[in-house]
Design a protein around this ligand. Structure first.
Ligand code: NAD
Ligand code: UDX
Length: 466
């Protein structure tokens, strides 16, 4: 089966970059990326590539090559579905905020709406690909919707979870550790798997394309994120022990990471993991386990989140206690708001929660982030509903350069590991701050000796105090 036209529903952090690379590597396939959000689509079509809705290193070059050739962004969802042989569902699957499973289960309403729309519009056979991260056995629900309300056409459902990380999305897509494709074990299922494998085969070596049954594929995605997040929570738990004992968490991480069974990656202690995936996907795993009566399994994974919440709170508390137990009326500058470097995404960023806790203590927060807009920062805080929008606006001040942000501050807290923070003129920052001048490095990016030599009272995560 040869794929000539692809449609992707959802032009977000996954749909946009993934489809751009698929189009770049398969110039003979037409790829239509569609979304209901008109502004997002307009931004994807902007001639000024700095205005793309997502910041990812290398994305602008890929879009410049493929857009208008075989890559198109539009809001014409029905038309794109009707003409495609293969339809990716890449819509958001946030944690439910209402009803059964509130605060835990994945909200599948957007996915279901896509399935119903495909069922309504499709006039010939289609392969439907789950690109969104979904609870195990969602394919069953999608198939049931398609089979019962469709126009007598045949649908094959595949699971093809995405493993890209933000900030490195293009590199991850160009040389993935693996591409996972789950499908039915029937002859038709196999043909659909092969069709999708051949799309990736344009640039991914065959031995990296892994095929499984549907349920293994769906569950592997949740499991991969749970394992990764668990490593971060484990090293963060140890960071507290390091601070209490005089051990250095980076030294411990290096020593254990050299054991080839453990490996060196994902052992960086931090102010806590953020991003749209880890917390949501673990909560989902916990919910599924609980629903199946597997309470010990649910408790085990929930601990990863509990530890992460503790790490954020511990960082905020450390700032308060170090600043003589009061931050009321004090200016505290955040360097970084994004959940990690090289992205403009701030979903679930630790910075939001740390700011909220400090604002509860009436601190005045000044923020500089190279990519996150001030509108987004305020929206992030307002979303928590802790205080009124006007109070948030009063207590938070955003800046588009670092020196104004740090001027007059009592403390600087590094929340994101942007490379540029290491190269700031820290002597100048020191001069502009109130004394004693405190720096809390939530990412361990600064050289502690150098910072102390300048005069700062400096505290990293999991590091000896002096
Ligand atoms: P996103 O919010 O950035 O994008 C989703 C887009 O889907 C939005 O633009 C929204 O307008 C659109 N949409 C929703 N319903 C629609 C509909 N019915 N018709 C047309 N458009 C619709 O989300 P994202 O970060 O791209 O994540 C998408 C999925 O991929 C999620 O399931 C997520 O868990 C998974 N995922 C995300 C990442 C990541 O790094 N962000 C990585 C791997 C997997
Ligand atoms: C993650 C997965 O890595 C990716 O495979 C999946 O497709 C989506 O979810 P992402 O959330 O974009 O990707 O970024 P990731 O690099 O995993 O970082 C997640 C969070 O953990 C960030 O806040 C990051 O700063 C933090 N982190 C990561 C640490 O604190 N320490 C580490 O050692 C690694």
């Amino acid at each position: 089966m040869k794929i000539n036209r692809i449609c992707c529903i959802g032009a977000g952090y996954v749909g946009g970059p993934t489809m751009s690379v698929i189009a770049q590597k398969n110039p003979e396939i037409r790829v239509d990326v569609v979304d209901l959000n008109e502004q997002r689509i307009a931004d994807w079509n902007d001639q000024d590539l700095t205005k793309l809705p997502i910041y990812e290193p290398g994305l602008d070059g890929v879009v410049a090559e493929a857009r208008g050739r075989n890559l198109f962004f539009s809001t014409e969802v029905d038309d794109a579905i009707e003409k495609a042989d293969m339809i990716f569902i890449s819509v958001n699957t946030p944690t439910k905020t209402y009803g059964t499973g509130k605060g835990m289960a994945a909200d599948l309403k957007y996915v279901e709406l896509c399935a119903r729309q495909i069922a309504r519009v499709a006039k010939d056979d289609k392969i439907v690909v789950e690109k969104s991260t979904l609870p195990v056995r969602t394919a069953e629900a999608i198939k049931s919707i398609l089979d019962n309300t469709g126009n007598g056409v045949n649908f094959q459902i595949l699971s093809n979870p995405e493993f890209l990380a933000e900030g490195t999305a293009i590199d991850d897509l160009l040389s993935p550790d693996r591409v996972l494709i789950g499908g039915e074990q029937s002859e038709e299922g196999q043909a659909a798997i092969n069709a999708l494998a051949s799309v990736y085969g344009a640039w991914v070596p065959e031995d990296r394309i892994l095929t499984t049954n549907l349920w293994s594929s769906e569950l592997s995605k949740l499991t991969a994120n749970a394992y990764l997040a668990q490593r971060v929570s484990s090293i963060n738990a140890l960071s507290e022990l390091c601070e209490a004992t005089g051990a250095d968490v980076d030294e411990v991480a290096k020593a254990i990471g050299m054991d080839s069974r453990i490996g060196p990656k994902f052992l960086k202690a931090s102010v806590g993991f953020g991003g749209s995936c880890f917390q949501k996907d673990i909560l989902n795993l916990v919910y599924i386990s609980k629903s199946l009566g597997l309470d010990a399994v649910a408790d085990y994974w929930e601990q990863v989140i509990i530890m992460n919440n503790h790490q954020r709170a511990r960082f905020a508390k450390k700032i308060i206690t170090t600043l003589y137990n009061t931050v009321s009326g004090k200016k505290i500058t955040f360097l970084g708001w994004a959940f990690k470097k090289d992205t403009n995404d701030s979903r679930e960023s630790a910075a939001i929660y740390v700011a909220d806790m400090l604002m509860d203590e009436r601190a005045e927060i000044a923020v500089y982030d190279p990519k996150v807009s001030s509108r987004q920062m305020l929206e992030d805080l307002n979303y928590l509903n802790t205080r009124s929008e006007s109070e948030n606006e009063e207590l938070m001040d955003t800046h588009n350069e670092p020196y104004g942000a740090t001027d007059g501050a009592h403390a600087v807290a590094i929340l994101t590991e942007w490379d540029e923070f290491k190269d700031l003129d820290w002597e100048r920052i020191y001069k502009g701050m109130q004394k004693p001048a405190f720096v809390f490095d939530g990412r361990n990016i600064m050289d502690s000796q150098r910072m102390r030599d300048i005069g700062f009272i400096f505290q990293g995560i999991g590091k000896p105090s002096e």
